[in-house]
Design a binder for this molecule. Structure first.
Ligand code: SF4
Length: 221
């Protein structure tokens, strides 16, 4: 059966409601910590970043302290993080450019200029700072869930973000993070569809056909 027309802005409301107060797994306490932890978390796990963060922030409590350091000084604190040498250089470069926490930018265009920060990271930082969304967070979980739902039919993060920004009104742009939370809890690689609040509108669960073979594509992951 073909995928029926779905009113996605209405369909994602329960998902947004369920996760609206859910904190991002990174345990950052302020904007400076968000910048550092988001850079460190790329291709690493949030769990490892949370583990090393307290000692790191004791040694480098703010941008000003970090700006005085050389990259090598960071190594002992972040050696468990993948690609830590490059990340240390990026963080020190950022700190030397920004100098003080009060200068940290919050607009997406400025954030993505910083080394190690792409659109997903910039969107996560803005969410952490409780700023209104300027984009949609698209991580690996979002990619899987959005395709299974059938709200998009592409695995390219930039395309997914653009499409979700077109399909959903701005006040619902936190849906990317909500899909990510659903992907971490329920719509895991082996999905728990019977307990999922999105099953009525889900292409994967209902076996609907889209323009392409969504079900096959995500099942291979
Ligand atoms: S119904 Fe199943 S496949 Fe669809 S979003 Fe929920 S868990 Fe994922």
């Amino acid at each position: 059966m073909k995928q029926p027309t779905i009113d996605w802005p209405a369909a994602v409301k329960p998902l947004l409601k369920k996760y609206k107060n859910t904190q991002h797994p990174l345990e950052a306490a302020n904007l400076y910590q968000w910048i550092v932890m988001v850079v460190l978390s790329a291709q690493s796990t949030d769990h490892v970043v949370n583990l090393i963060a307290p000692e790191f922030f004791k040694a480098f409590p703010n941008m000003r302290a970090l700006a005085k350091a050389e990259a090598e000084l960071l190594f002992p604190y972040i050696s468990k993080i993948r690609n830590f040498r490059h990340k240390a250089q990026w963080l020190v470069k950022t700190a030397k450019a920004i100098k003080n926490d009060s200068n940290i930018p919050l607009d997406i265009d400025s954030l993505v200029e910083l080394p190690g920060i792409g659109r997903k990271s910039a969107n996560v930082i803005r969410r952490g700072a409780k700023a209104s969304p300027e984009g949609v967070i698209v991580d690996l979980h979002t990619i899987r869930v959005a395709n299974r739902l059938g709200i998009v039919n592409t695995t390219t993060p930039e395309k997914i973000e653009k499409e979700l920004m077109e399909i959903l009104p701005k006040k619902e742009w936190d849906a990317g993070m909500a899909m990510s939370f659903l992907g971490r809890e329920i719509c895991r690689p082996k999905p728990q569809c019977p307990i999922c609040l999105m099953k009525k509108v889900c292409t994967y669960y209902n076996g609907w056909k889209t323009g392409s073979t969504v079900k096959k594509k995500v099942a291979k992951k």
